[in-house]
Design a protein around this ligand. Sequence first.
Ligand SMILES: *Cc1c(COP(=O)(O)O)cnc(C)c1O
Length: 367
Amino acid sequence: MTVPFVSLVETNNEIKMRFLDSVSQLLDSGSFVLGDGVKQFEREFAHYVETRHCIGVSNGLDALTISLRCLNLKEGDEVLVPAHTYIATVLAVIYAGLKPVLVDVDEASFNLTAAAIEKHINSKTKAIIPVHLYGQPCDMESICALADEKKLFVVEDNAQAQGATFKGKRTGSFGHINATSFYPAKNLGAAGDAGAITTNDSALAERAMQFRNVGSAKKYVHDIIGYNARLDEIQALFLHHKLPLLDKWNTERRRIAARYVKNLGGVEQVIFPAVIKDAESVYHLFVIRTNKRDELQQFLFAKNIQTLIHYPVPNHLQKSLVHLGYKPNDFPVTEKLCSTILSLPMYAGITDEQVDYVCEMVTEFFS
Ligand SMILES: *Cc1c(COP(=O)(O)O)cnc(C)c1O
């Protein structure tokens, strides 16, 4: 048996024919940029996340960068980001001319907590980017309460958690303005690069729309220095067909996660991802921890099981970010996680036999 880390074929096949039909109609219409498909998907995704506005953009990194640009902060203002996240969260802060200040994460949930954030707030701090890493929501109640008290903006990085909820409310609807990515392997993946911004604030939504379209609200009138960061019409059609299936696929991911936990429950050397109270994770990734990570990964590879590490090099030790001035041991939890985490195969469409085979092999490795 072989188990790929991820496969998109099963989910894509569910919408393939409908998508191809709509592409055929699109070719006849010739309306390829910011056409009806983008507007329709923006309405649908806003409705799904339960925000008043959605602005489709080119990818998740642009969604984050534009969200930050919309806040009108001053060059050098500080933005708190988790030390343990995909590098795009940090890059967006740099692109927006702001200063990323890294905050170590909670070991059990992998996420930022209000208590950890509070220690890094000073007079230059202007915003927080909570990342719902691996599909698990941060405790948005305490983070938003802290942000309110300290008058800070909240920008959720919802790239890995489309459909997740905290106290029954969708991630991507808590912050002032929020970003997500539809990179193909995300829970809601496009057929290429795509992303979106969600917000309840009409003024921020209008600015985001200008930023993504070369700074223009009216054709050939440019009031701000914008980007070409529009959501592609073809991607919008693809996402339109997939969105109605997202909840079903997320339920499937939760079922797979439960199967992993049940099958591997007896293996003492494996630590499972903890889900915080009131949160419903959508398991973008299923990340276990073990001190024998590298050996386990090699063993599984030899058994035709693909695993990945998200992420092997912490951001503060990346060459591209040395100018931030961090050094080894600055973020002990993040560093510990980076050397012990392993992402097991997880996608809607993986079979029970495949999950059971992975579990058998993990059990065999430790016995
Ligand atoms: C994928 C991802 C992004 C960036 O999205 P792209 O569409 O690849 O630019 C940002 N943050 C997190 C946490 C991600 O997982």
